[in-house]
Write a protein that binds this ligand. Sequence first.
Ligand SMILES: NC(=O)c1ccc[n+]([C@@H]2O[C@H](COP(=O)([O-])OP(=O)(O)OC[C@H]3O[C@@H](n4cnc5c(N)ncnc54)[C@H](OP(=O)(O)O)[C@@H]3O)[C@@H](O)[C@H]2O)c1
Length: 295
Amino acid sequence: MKVALTGADGLLGGELGAVLKDGGYDLAPILERDVDIVDAAAVRAGLRDIAPELLIHCASYTRVDSAESDIDRVYAVNAFGTFHLARTAAELDCRFVYISTDYVFDGALDRPYRPEDEPAPLNVYGRSKLAGEMLVRTYAPSWTIIRSSSLYGHNGNGFPEKLCRRAIGGGELRVVEDQISSPTYAPELARGIVELLEAAEGGVYHLTNTGAVSWYEFARVLAEELGLPNELTPVSSSEFDAPARRPAYSALDNTAARELGVELRPWRSALREYLEREAEELRTLAGLPSGGEGS
Ligand SMILES: NC(=O)c1ccc[n+]([C@@H]2O[C@H](COP(=O)([O-])OP(=O)(O)OC[C@H]3O[C@@H](n4cnc5c(N)ncnc54)[C@H](OP(=O)(O)O)[C@@H]3O)[C@@H](O)[C@H]2O)c1
């Protein structure tokens, strides 16, 4: 089956491309340098050229804090870019899979969010992704929306890399303790997405590693595994003062995917696998000599 994949060189897209190829799909990666999804004509020409049966839309403006002051570009990419893709998918009668986020929710619930819970995003990024979801539902002929959260992996700049860069010099690391989510390992999510799209007819699904943890607790485990000497200090979101507001609790309820036989591991076990491959690199990023704990 011919599959077009946007964002194919991103954190998740890189892993998805590898899983699709391994699974025997005929993969057509769509890279920004070839097709800027903001450009409707380029999207139309690019997709018509490929003529995919399935489009996985993984490209996105993902810089949550920058998004607050870059609103035109964020909507151009996440809303209008998605619209251009959905309309062309309709012309080609191509199935559409849209990757979305836990940040469509406000985090006010005291249980994991179900796919049918009412979205109420707190920041520009979340609002633009929700707009993308609505455009997919409206214009794509056959669609599946898969929301995930707090990605980290081997192709990008996730929380572990950012933490390790801040760790250089051994100083205090302040990490928010009042934002709880399910950190999700991109290679495992990629496998889950492909299983899910093979099992599901369509609809909205949540897919994350299981369990929920605060960024502070996640950082504490990472620091311990990597042997970072830094002192970690839990701080509140208001003390941290990031430009974008984030949900306090955005664990996702994965039941719908699990009922189709698709389930990711607990976050702690996925993190262990990630560190088996990445610990040396992370220690180097943190300015530590190689060969320590976790390596
Ligand atoms: N990261 C997370 O924690 C997280 C959490 C939940 C959901 N998600 C969702 O998961 C998906 C993948 O996220 P990610 O973290 O893997 O993203 P990422 O690493 O930031 O990659 C984004 C990709 O989108 C491409 N892109 C950006 N603007 C584009 C444009 N105008 N035209 C074409 N391509 C464009 C980028 O290409 P260039 O590199 O060439 O710019 C890159 O390949 C997104 O839908 C995101 O909303 C992410």
